[in-house]
Design a protein. Sequence first.
Length: 243
Amino acid sequence: MAVILARAGSKGLPGKNMRPIAGRPCIAWTIEAAMDARGVSRVVVSTDDTAAAWAARVRGVEVVVRPVELAGDNATIDAAARHAVSEAAPHGEPRDPIVILYANVPVRPEGLIDRALHTLARTGADSVQSYARVGKHHPWWTARVDGASGAVTPWEGEVLNHGVFRRQDLPPAFVPDGGVIAVARAALMLKIGGVAPGPHAFFGMDRRGVVTEEGEVVDIDTEIDALVAEAVLSGRETEGAGS
């Protein structure tokens, strides 16, 4: 089962889940990706937004109404996902995979969801998350800039930029990109023994990743993100029409 999270509130970009992107509401792209995934047989949208609920229903997708206490700024994604799973599929098996998708991610590479599910099944891991390669925003190139004097010092260590000045010389580093999270039901429900409590406890003990390339996933949080997603998806639509 895929659970699409579509909270109404957003401080950074209000209404982003329903913002038109390349001719469709943003959430529609995530619904389509979930429905196209071979490993997904059921799609549920968890939302407190009546517009997002309408967009889901007209596309034949189930809706779980998210309660107010799980829709505020401090609500966690795993709490919302647990609620949706408990409401929609209360009697699943512990190893049943659950896919968590964000409604504000309209751009994903084809097959990403199935790659995550395949990795989860093949490895027997508790969770699989997609990660993007870090380029020029590499942690080794992170610095501190004093607000008063403007003095620049390393974020860590004694040498600025770790002494590396060419991007190709940086060691591989990755950051979660929001493309997909696949978890075993037991992990989502916090039933894996030995996991320290915290905001990422639902990933379980054995956590794996699938890697995406630069620009393959676009997570909309700002106006610039929306413009990038519009350009990427409009380009795809144009290529599809011309092929």
